[in-house]
Ligand binder design. Structure first.
Ligand code: MGD
Ligand code: MGD
Ligand code: SF4
Ligand code: MO
Length: 674
């Protein structure tokens, strides 16, 4: 039996971008582990990717193109050839252009792969040149990205390895134990060296249990908390005025907007005690170096953009930059300044833009032209979008032609007219860039494609050819696309030789650069814009303006849906066999007559989910938790948290409000005796 050891890189939607060792026995992947190519990986990876072979060889793997035979939503298909599939796809797109105009085509993609080759290359070329509607990819990280861009121009942020040097680590709206596991041992070591840990999260996450201070605030109240801290820093003479003088603009406007948020008022709004806020403020003011790991939990509500901007303003106001382990961490995806789009020769046309959070609304509404062809790839909208019932009804429309390009059968594939089988990252080349770890990796295929699966760039290049949209000499193969992406960057050659020598490249700034030592903000004037005019212009009610809690007496509980270690968004959901639980505080459970394991109805005006309850003090009163990324099979009635999340939008950037659902919970049955 032949055994081969190959290296690869994980391109899944996760900040850590692990470097991998893959063992292949007789052509099959038998073992996946971490190696040391990406220094952050440190030789270990998450359980999900260790078991990724279960996904590659899943009984639910899509191996051939298929066409719908039964009713929409039933998931009945027959095998067809690629030739037929591509003919049908091309025909449907051409017909849509002819009958309703090119904007009746909507490409729909998001986070299946964060690799640079499989998104925004030949796919963009196809849809841009067709003149299709454009998709605003708002389901995640738009408010955080815009806030970081507005204040700091998306400069690279503190490398998580440098947390070893921090004396205070603040985890704000982030749960690394599930969503970026390589930070956990680093925090552990920092704690052993005497660092303090603060966690701002409505739930007692595993790291909140070990924190010196946990602020279980009401969801959506991060803005008053951050502004309260900012006001306090100024009022107590703890703001670093000389740093601000030298490096920041907009200081007085920020102070004005923070002025109403005294600590007692911020405490009342966040549902925390004033003493807790005071302790936090004192710890933050007096600890050096101090770092804030800002996550995404706080962005997914009506105040998400301003809240993130205010959190990111804190290290500037308190003068935390300029030392190793001081400042903040958010996404580092901008650090490489690589751009697939330009390399693919794809220029966005001025066509209609559709906010992906409103997919259900758009499919059901009277938009002109109506969406007639929906092309889904790298995404699982039935599982991951708000207003799930609307998305389902929209996708069930008989006059909508839906193409789903996927690796496995999902809740979304059930609505397809045409199914195209996609390769996984082990079956194709990928150029992967981390958004936490500052690494770029180029990994070839480790095994041949399963069945007839094909990679994204290949299929979209072929569709371009069939529709007469290809141009001579443009990059079409993985090699040509990878080279074009690297060549489009002034440092491309340096990246290329680093990849050849060490299998990994780091950005120009270095692997773990120190903000304000190694570079200044990437804004036009290299200053921090604490009151970005642009953010103030685009924010719904102006920058740092707080919108109050939309809870009603009918739906008094806030439902949040954080990530778990079982899936990456919804990906790998088919390998997770257990029933999901609704977590609720004992106070909320007992007042409703709900006990551990009882079946409950979680509902609001948008829908209803039936699950069993887990009664736990790990979630604060007034908040209930159903995980992100669930599939139909994980609940008792087939609906998931997104059946309850609204399609209202965040203050900045039209982001999703997954953590802004208001619900009521009722018991429907008691647990069977165990
Ligand atoms: N295993 C695994 N890893 C992942 C993912 C996954 O699904 N599974 N998803 C990947 C993706 S796509 C992303 S975007 C990142 C997300 O990474 P994280 O931001 O860490 O993920 P979340 O679980 O969405 O949110 C983090 C925390 O925010 C808390 N939270 C909810 N509402 C609020 C609020 O209003 N304020 C504050 N302060 N906290 C709040 C939640 O309780 C949760 O513990 O993780 C990536 N990594
Ligand atoms: N309730 C709730 N919902 C949420 C969130 C939440 O916090 N709460 N978080 C949101 C967040 S942070 C995100 S990022 C979104 C993610 O939303 P999506 O991007 O829709 O979710 P994924 O589960 O990543 O779906 C990616 C799909 O692409 C497929 N895929 C993977 N690689 C490839 C490939 O190379 N080619 C093709 N054609 N397909 C591929 C995978 O099999 C998977 O089914 O979900 C959001 N949904
Ligand atoms: S999902 Fe994250 S932790 Fe798991 S292997 Fe990929 S990059 Fe590493
Ligand atoms: Mo995300």
């Amino acid at each position: 039996m032949t055994i081969r050891l190959s290296t690869s890189a994980c391109p899944l939607d996760c900040p850590d971008a692990c470097s991998l060792d893959v063992r292949v026995d007789a052509g099959k992947v038998t073992r996946i582990d971490g190696n040391e190519v990406n220094p952050l990986t440190q030789g270990f990876i998450c359980a999900k990717v260790r078991r990724f072979a279960e996904h590659v060889y899943s009984p639910e793997r899509l191996l051939y193109p298929m066409a719908r035979t039964g009713q929409k939503g039933r998931g009945q298909f027959e095998r067809i050839t690629w030739e037929e599939a591509l003919d049908r796809a091309s025909y449907q797109m051409k017909e849509a252009v002819r009958r309703w105009g090119s904007e009746s085509i909507l490409p729909f993609s998001y986070g299946g792969s964060n690799g640079l080759i499989s998104q925004d290359t030949t796919d963009a070329r196809l849809f841009y040149r067709l003149g299709a509607s454009r998709l605003a990819r708002t389901v995640c990280s738009v408010p955080t990205r815009l806030a970081a861009e507005g204040l700091y121009g998306r400069m690279p942020t503190v490398a998580v390895e440098d947390y070893l040097h921090s004396r205070l680590i603040v985890l704000w709206g982030v749960n690394p134990s599930a969503t970026g596991i390589h930070l956990v041992p680093i925090i552990q070591q920092a704690l052993e060296r005497g660092a303090k840990l603060v966690v701002v999260d409505p739930r007692t996450t595993p790291l909140a249990e070990r924190a010196h201070l946990h602020l279980p605030l009401r969801p959506g109240t991060d803005l008053p908390l951050a502004l309260g801290l900012i006001r306090w820093l100024f009022a107590q003479g703890k703001a670093d005025l000389s740093f601000l003088q030298e490096h920041a603009t907009g200081v007085s406007q920020l102070r004005d907007r923070a002025e109403p948020w005294t600590l007692p008022r911020a405490a009342a709004e966040t549902g925390l005690r004033v003493e807790t806020l005071e302790s936090f403020a004192q710890m933050y003011a007096t600890s050096h170096p101090a770092v804030i790991r800002c996550g995404w939990g706080q962005e997914r509500n009506r105040n998400g953009g301003s809240a993130t901007a205010a959190i990111l303003a804190l290290p500037a106001v308190a003068g935390k930059f300029g030392v190793r382990g001081g400042g903040y961490t958010l996404s580092n995806s901008g650090a490489f300044r690589l751009n697939s789009l330009s390399a693919a020769c794809a220029d966005p046309p001025a066509t209609r833009e559709i906010n992906m959070n409103l997919l259900g609304e758009v499919l059901l509404g009277d938009e002109r032209p109506p969406v007639k062809v929906l092309f889904v790839y790298n995404a699982n909208p039935v599982s991951t979008l708000p207003c799930q019932e609307k998305v389902r009804s929209g996708m069930a429309r008989e006059d909508l032609f839906t193409i789903v390009f996927e690796q496995v059968m999902t809740d979304t594939t059930a609505y397809a007219d045409l199914l195209l089988p996609a390769t996984t990252f082990l079956e194709r080349r990928e150029l992967s860039r981390g958004y936490g770890a500052m690494v770029l990796q180029d990994a070839g295929a480790v095994i041949p494609p399963e069945g007839e699966s094909r990679s994204n760039h290949e299929v979209f290049a072929e569709l371009c050819r069939r529709l007469g949209l290809s141009r001579e000499g443009e990059p079409e193969t993985d090699e040509a696309i990878a080279q074009a992406i690297l060549s489009a960057h002034p440092q491309g050659n340096a990246y290329r030789s680093a990849l050849a020598e060490r299998k990994v490249a780091h950005p120009q700034t270095g692997y773990a650069p120190i903000p304000f030592v190694d570079f200044l903000p990437w804004t036009s004037d290299q200053k921090i814009h604490l009151f970005s005019e642009e953010l103030d212009r685009i924010a719904r009610k102006g920058l740092y303006a707080y919108e109050g809690d939309p809870a009603t007496s009918r739906y008094p509980l806030t439902l949040i849906s954080p990530a778990t270690g079982n899936t990456v968004s919804s990906m790998l959901g088919q390998t997770w066999k257990r029933e999901a639980r609704l977590e609720m505080n004992p106070e909320d459970a007992h007042s409703r007559g709900i006990g551990e394991g009882d079946t409950v109805r979680v509902f609001n005006e948008l829908g209803e989910v039936r699950v069993r309850a887990r009664v736990s003090p790990a979630v604060r009163p007034g908040v209930v938790v159903l995980p992100k990324g669930l599939w139909s099979r994980h609940t008792l009635n087939g609906a998931t948290a997104n059946a309850l999340s609204p399609d209202s939008l965040s203050d900045i950037g039209g982001g999703a409000c997954f953590n802004d659902a208001r619900v009521e919970v009722q018991p429907t049955g008691t647990a069977p005796p165990s």
